[in-house]
Write a protein that binds this ligand. Structure first.
Ligand code: SAM
Length: 233
């Protein structure tokens, strides 16, 4: 998987994704991260890429041409036309299901806005998906792109090892994951559920499935109304 992030803050994206599991996957060549500075495509010597909005109003708007040129620099180097994901609070809300679907692509371009956003005309010309990470407004698209890259990478074969497997994670089967415990067996007077110490694999699995369902019912009953849980009891 090759990620290309069009941004005004490439150092933020690179620094944020070069640690732990995602950083190791990049070091091993399973994923790659190309952060492209949109300012490098400004049509002036001082790297100005924003201007006042037509019609008035607060803030500045990122201009179409530098964004388009940054996009072209990436897209022209690829064999196949890639999906271009525009980070925007006005998009479809990102989900585990989308992460799984996007992990099948070879290249993904993330377009990060800033200020009041990006001139609509270039969005119409290059964007294939408008994606939001939730119903709130951030200052820029860099954190959303990083959130998505992290979640998508976990779905790319080879990024997680067996110990880190995503198979039982929350949302993989439409439910939240069961509670987890580690040593010691007793902490602050709270004991690990006896069944987890029993060594009886089938009983442990049944308990976990039940806990997964109960937890979902308590914390996210909306998920049970959706038609995508395969393990429901
Ligand atoms: N004026 C825009 C609006 O009301 O829809 C918001 C612009 S926001 C201050 C600046 C940039 O942050 C956006 O262009 C987008 O790239 C990013 N952004 C903010 N919130 C986001 C969210 N929830 N999901 C994805 N991107 C977001």
């Amino acid at each position: 998987m090759r990620y290309h992030v069009l941004t005004l803050f490439p150092e933020m994206v690179l620094a944020g994704l070069h640690t732990s599991i995602i950083g190791r996957a990049a070091d091993r060549g399973i994923i790659s991260l190309n952060a492209v500075n949109i300012r490098d495509y400004a049509d002036n010597d001082y790297g100005k890429i924003d201007d006042y909005p037509y019609g008035g109003g607060a803030g500045m708007v990122m201009q179409a041409e530098p964004v388009y040129r940054a996009y072209e620099a990436v897209a022209d180097s690829l064999e196949k036309k890639p999906r271009v994901l525009h980070m925007t609070p006005q998009g479809r809300v990102f989900s585990q299901e989308m992460a799984q679907e996007l992990a099948l692509e070879e290249d993904l371009i993330f377009l990060c806005g800033h200020y009041e956003g990006i001139d609509e005309r270039v969005l119409e010309e290059i964007v294939t998906d408008h994606v939001s990470i939730g119903d709130y407004v951030l200052t820029g698209g860099e954190l959303p792109a990083m959130v998505m890259i992290d979640a998508i990478s976990r779905m790319v074969p080879g990024v997680l090892n067996n110990k880190e497997s995503a198979q039982f994670d929350s949302f993989q089967n439409g439910l939240l994951e069961y509670p987890q415990y580690s040593r010691p067996q007793e902490w602050h007077g709270r004991r690990v559920p006896e069944i987890l110490l029993s060594g009886h694999h089938a009983n442990v699995e049944a308990w976990r499935a039940q806990q997964s369902y109960l937890r979902t019912k308590e914390r996210r009953p909306d998920l049970l109304k959706q038609d995508n849980h395969k393990n429901i009891m």
